[in-house]
Design a protein around this ligand. Structure first.
Ligand SMILES: [Zn+2]
Length: 237
């Protein structure tokens, strides 16, 4: 049984594993804290280690919160929006017609009915982004189904708080974080391939890493890039 550590307002999930050293991480998506320790480490020792790291945990959580809150989106003209790892300027057209979104070289052109509020605009953009991501992932899946000799039954784009993706091997379903649409396409591809490899091997064991190394030789860099990029405000609301 896992015994977790609670230090005032900080909850630390403890994972005991076959590792040599204790390792603490703060997850950028929601600021949650994970402590990986060797199986033989006593709970009191793990707890003392966590206590010594409180200032570091707080500074990491603060850094991620600030990153996320730097640019709360307003959906106004000339506002900068992220898509596929690039910045685009928002342009709003007010017209009495069905809302639409068009992507040009530098702009995201959003057409909405007069007096549409911020919530309405954000919904239209969100649905458009979801569709872009869904279609891109669809192509990636087709490409990798042949290479990996697996079959993805369905894939879903979801708002997820702590993970970039998940896979259910028995159902053949893959879920991907809607935020991925803001990341460079090669990073999205890495997440999709990672989840697809879980259709072969559910845990991150040597076999999994071996398959991943063969198909995505740069996955370690891609993973650390994914964990560094600023994340959207909605995770911290
Ligand atoms: Zn995984």
């Amino acid at each position: 049984m896992q015994k977790n550590i609670q230090l005032r307002d900080i909850s630390i999930k403890v994972i005991r594993k076959d590792v040599k050293n204790t390792h603490l991480s703060v997850y950028p998506l929601d600021g949650s804290v994970i402590l990986v320790t060797p199986k033989r480490t006593r709970h009191e020792v793990a707890r003392a280690y966590a206590i010594s790291k409180i200032p570091w945990i707080r500074s990491q959580q603060k850094r991620f919160r600030n990153q996320a809150r730097k640019f709360p989106l307003k959906f106004i003209d000339r506002e900068s929006h992220e898509l596929w790892g690039r910045r685009y300027l928002m342009k709003i057209n007010y017209k009495k017609e069905k809302p639409s979104v068009l992507l040009s070289n530098k702009e995201i052109v959003l057409t909405v009915r007069p007096r549409s509020n911020q919530k309405k605009k954000s919904q239209i953009i969100e649905n458009w982004q979801k569709l872009l991501l869904y279609n891109y992932v669809n192509n990636i899946i087709k490409k990798w189904e042949k290479k990996l000799e697996v079959k993805v039954k369905r894939h879903f784009i979801r708002k997820m708080k702590t993970r970039w993706g998940s896979c259910n091997k028995s159902s053949g379903y893959i879920r991907l974080n809607a935020e991925l649409v803001k990341k460079p396409k090669e990073l999205v591809e890495y997440v999709v391939v990672h989840e697809m490899i879980h259709l072969i091997e559910t845990s991150h064991n040597d076999r999994f890493i071996k398959i991943l190394d063969r198909h995505c030789p740069f996955w370690r860099d891609q993973r650390s890039e994914l964990n560094q990029l600023p994340l959207a405000a909605e995770f911290f609301k």
